[in-house]
Design a protein around this ligand. Structure first.
Ligand SMILES: O[C@H]1[C@H](O)[C@@H](O)[C@H](O)[C@@H](O)[C@H]1O
Ligand SMILES: [Fe+2]
Ligand SMILES: [Fe+2]
Length: 289
């Protein structure tokens, strides 16, 4: 069933040509070089330093217990989206404007390339909505940025890996600092503890509220920030065969998530009615967050 739906997507997209819509040269995205004189680079570096210092097995378990009771507030998807007007993501070297613009840029480009998959347009629009946690007391380092598994050794492709984990107690914990750590080989991504952030939270919110977004769309949301895996070439040993199959679709999503950053400003007001119809179709009404 799931496979059929995936097969309907345009596979030529999977060749990952340089997306024609990228607004700057591809190599200029995701620049995490350290430059203490550059205020945006410093903002990004500090956010990751706090994240990599504090995201531990115990921390993730605590956050899951706290957020996955879905008793924090109620809001429609559109209300949550509008709140992103007030959020500038401090982990992102490519976006220095409110996240709602990024939501519409991602969604509109997906819509242009995959016109027939309306659920995919919606995934583009809402994929970062888990960032609402930042308005409910979570520091940005616990909400935004790339994700990575806790409970096993930090992989080399994690950004700033060599400098930012030095004060994290799990770095020195023999239960957690081997390649496999607490996991078994190919145990499946569903069975690992990921650093706490907006991906897992939104995925769980959608499932809890009985969304009808197809599985491949839910996985795009759940793993879109797992760059060390989908783009860094690490952690395949934790994956099941299904996970490896799914990676192609996460990468397909990533193209739009990343390379639309800095592109044309969407006319949000004009686009709202179309996206409201998608919300009504796949995740209507008041949502428990
Ligand atoms: O800084 C960005 C941003 O926080 C995105 O929402 C997240 O998905 C990316 O992984 C990250 O690099
Ligand atoms: Fe994101
Ligand atoms: Fe995003």
């Amino acid at each position: 069933m799931v496979k059929n739906k995936i097969a309907m997507l345009d596979v030529s997209e999977l060749l990952r040509p340089e997306p024609a819509f990228a607004s700057k040269p591809i190599g200029r995205y995701r620049d995490y070089d350290i430059d203490h004189e550059d205020p945006i680079k410093e903002r990004v570096r500090i956010t990751y330093t706090e994240m990599h210092t504090n995201q531990t097995v115990d921390y993730v378990k605590k956050k899951m217990a706290e957020w996955l009771s879905f008793d924090k507030f109620e809001a429609t998807i559109m209300e949550a989206l509008e709140s992103l007007n007030d959020l500038v993501d401090e982990s992102d070297p490519d976006v220095n404007i409110p996240n709602i613009v990024h939501a519409f840029q991602t969604a509109e480009r997906i819509r242009a390339i995959h016109p027939h998959h309306d659920w995919f347009h919606l995934v583009g629009l809402i994929h970062d909505l888990g960032k609402v946690m930042a308005f409910k007391g979570e520091p940005q380092w616990s909400v935004v940025g790339d994700t990575f598994p806790v409970g096993c050794a930090w992989a080399n492709s994690i950004v700033y890996k060599d400098t930012t984990f030095k004060k994290n107690p799990d770095t020195y914990d023999p239960r957690y600092n081997t390649t496999l750590g607490i996991y078994s080989k190919n145990c499946g991504l569903d069975n690992i503890l990921m650093s706490w952030g907006h991906d897992e939270y939104l995925y769980r919110v959608l499932v809890h509220n009985n969304t009808t977004i197809p599985k491949e769309g839910l996985n795009m949301i759940r793993f879109h920030s797992f760059y060390p895996w989908h783009s860094g070439g690490d952690y395949d040993f934790l994956c099941s065969e299904d996970d490896l199959e799914m990676k192609k679709w996460v990468l397909e999503f990533n193209k739009f998530d990343l390379y639309t950053k800095g592109g044309d400003m969407p006319d949000i007001k004009e686009l709202m009615p179309y996206y409201q119809t998608l919300i009504d179709k796949y995740i209507p009404g008041l949502i428990k967050w």
